[in-house]
Write a protein that binds this ligand. Sequence first.
Ligand SMILES: [Cu+2]
Length: 420
Amino acid sequence: MGMWRVAACGLMLALFGGCELVVDFDRSRIPEGGMDAGEDAGTGEVDAGDDEMDAGEDMDAAMEDAGEDMDAAMEDAGEDMDAAVDDAGMDDAGSEDAGPEDAGPEDAGEDAGPECTMASECDDSVDCTVDACTDGACVNTPDDAMCDDSDECTADMCDMTTGCANVPICGVDVSAGSIMLDDLTTIVVIPEVEAAVAGFIVIHEDDAGSPGGTTIGHAPVAAGVNTDVSVDLVRRVADGEVLHAMLHVDSTTEGTVGTYDGPGTDPPATLDGMIVNEFFTATVPAGTPDLEVTLEPISTMHYEFVSSRPSTFTAPSGFDPEWTLLRGFRYRVVNDALPFDHPFELVSDNADGGPMDDTEQLSQDPMTAGALEGDMSIDWDESDDRDVLFTVSPAFEVIDVYRCASHTGPMRGDIVYADF
Ligand SMILES: [Cu+2]
């Protein structure tokens, strides 16, 4: 019976302009046409027939909302109710006379009444919004998922007014195509890599202007922006060499997550169907070392190689280990003991296994001038407080031992040579 009271109240409003408290509730449930009819009643037009029709309109609206409960109420309502129902029937025809323009959303806005009764009335012509009618008001909610372009290298976004936007988020910054390798010739630093998902930046050799099938290094990148991505290479890069930095996706279903398993398993990322790749020309200043090792003293008894760069080349392990030098490579030896103690030396052992008749060829000790320190092919450089640089040229190969200039007996190890 509650709905019936509401309907009756609408009727009273139409006829007498009363019952305001309930009126608002009533109006909130009335379709557009009904509201216009109610407005007509509110203006106090004198024609009683019209007023009755208006009342019927309110009635009609309430009836629609009421559903079956209302139907049941109507059966109990008696003759007055029957009359109202008749009026309602008449009014349906009247609404048609009024035309759909009068019943438009603008009218509804002016009336401060319900904007909608169903979602289909809330179409904002933006494909990626979810259109809903909530409590009589249209709610258009952007849904980014509706903008999915199946391209993992775009950010899919729904704008409430302009619709879908698919913004590129995969890219490689290669400093306008020129990257300097002035630390080591075996490590390239890519200034910026932006990835949609976790993956790898992979350095490809050039093949007539395109990325070739041979890769010389890779480094992991996280989803998002990665800056100064250092890539350890498996070989030296020549000055002026063209290389390609390609973004690959780390497969989460094949291979090992976090490990580059090759292009078959961890394929190139694509943006608009194009592989995400940038080429660059490497600039390698003369004298740039190829490899780096770091030495630490173990008291006054041993040298130990504690680290090496890049990770793609290994340093020997253990105390005073045999050290294999690659012919033609230029080395940087970082002596962590200096500038305080244990200067590094390279000597000719002269086959006696001890320090007694060593020939100092290259010495970090400023008081010792090694015999080969002026050799152009070796290009010995001890100008730094801790680091020395040398090139393993043919002239260098008279050296067969490294040692500490202060503890020449215990802190020493053999040197051998290998081609790369
Ligand atoms: Cu020492």
